[in-house]
Write a protein of this length. Sequence first.
Length: 540
Amino acid sequence: MSIEILDCTLRDGAYICNSNFGTVAIKGIIRKCQDAGIDVIECGWLKNSEHIQGSSFFHRPSDLESYLKKDRAQAVYVVMIDWDRYDLDLLPVCDGKSIDAIRVVFPHEHFKEGIAVGRQIMQKGYKVFYQAANTLAYENDELKELAEEINKVRPVSLSIVDTFGAMDEEDLDRIVEILDGCLNPQIKLGFHSHNNQQLSFALSKYFIQRLKDKDRDVIVDASLCGMGRGAGNTTTELLVSYVNRKCGGHYDLDAVMDAIDTYMCYFQEKYTWGYSIPYFIAGLYECHVNNIAYLTKNHRTNAHDMRNIIKSLSPAQRRKYDYDVLEKAYIENQDRVVDDDICMDYLREELRNKRVLLIAPGISSTTKCTEIMEFIKKENPVVIAVNALNPIYEFDFLFLINNIRYDYAKNAYPEQFYNTKRIILSSIKTTAGEGEYIINFNRVVKNGWEHFDNAVIDALRLLDLLKIREVYLTGFDGFKHKYNESYGDIMLPTLNPDNKWDELNEEIKSIYADFVKHKRKEMQIHFLTTSLFECDENKN
């Protein structure tokens, strides 16, 4: 058995930076991988659109010529195509001036069509590497059929792909046992893993050890720093070190380190990838990462709810991404219907003819506490904490809209938490504890924005339903670029994981303006501290 390493940084990493690596980085990563002795260098994708300089999306193989070293030594240059997303009429006959091979990726239900695409590519003189996406979905008989069809074409390799990062050793054992037994011995067996369950490197090692006493050659995919969509991949640096130490490899680890120092630090600072709880959930349920990204981006969904939402989908729905289906599942998860009439009547009576002060967690609620305390002493309003407690104040109520802030308040300030009456949306719980009043989620939310469940505006909607006439706001400041400059409590859990603060500010401004436009005319809102969201109606 011989072991080859395939570096897929410029291809799988393209998901992270939308392929915009830049000319210098593309050339440099290819050069350093080649200097390191990496066997197969995946330079990017072939796409139907024209190539833009500095992108790892290419239109035709000739687009790569300016990026590649003239002396390629033993390195094999490859690109990938999605089996049904590239027009093969664009592909010229191989002239040996750029790429050597094309990797064809195909889904489980279309493996025969994907193999047929590879056959056409081979007729144009290119070598072909096949990628069987979501190999875990293949039943044993299907794996045998896949091997039989691959044998008819005789490509360079067939790779097992752990698309959702859901495999464990037993899964890999089953797949390797069948494919190794059925594939032509001259066809290399590959492995491409994802790190959803922190198993990517471990499974790559296991794959190598599983085949070490076989005659078959293997190819293992990796990327610098694990750069890749979602949870990322096996890291090239770890794999190179392991193969050198344990498998007689002779890769130049210093060249790999140089590639990371010179080209990867920028991407690590600007973008995020790698293991995370949301992508663990994707691996746990064999779920397409786009579903996770949607829930994270559009609803800032916490891990508890995300798991339940994904779990509620069928296996087929999880493996694809239908945002209408996902949105419905999200709403169903949040809208745990309760009979809240008694709670509404209680709150209506408690707040009748009273001024209400909402104290949001913005930093002004702490820096302006003297002025706020003077207002409370003078006006004697009902004081409601919005989605966070502040030990400076005594609150009449705590209004909570998500599990993360509920748990944080309970654990960070337990005495204050239990001594304060709590108004809780049904998205958190449906059975009230002592001192808790549960309100249906759908009473106070309004769709139409990505992050439609803002706590302050949800509180305002509730107060509008309760026919409150005078509302005062503080701590509804708007977000700074640095998280710890936005809140009075710097440990308060963030609900904006992508850190796009400017975009979030604009969205909240839009939601608040919509609320002001549609609220009851009798309801007056006053800002005690400066806010990015204050609109003209309030200023007048």
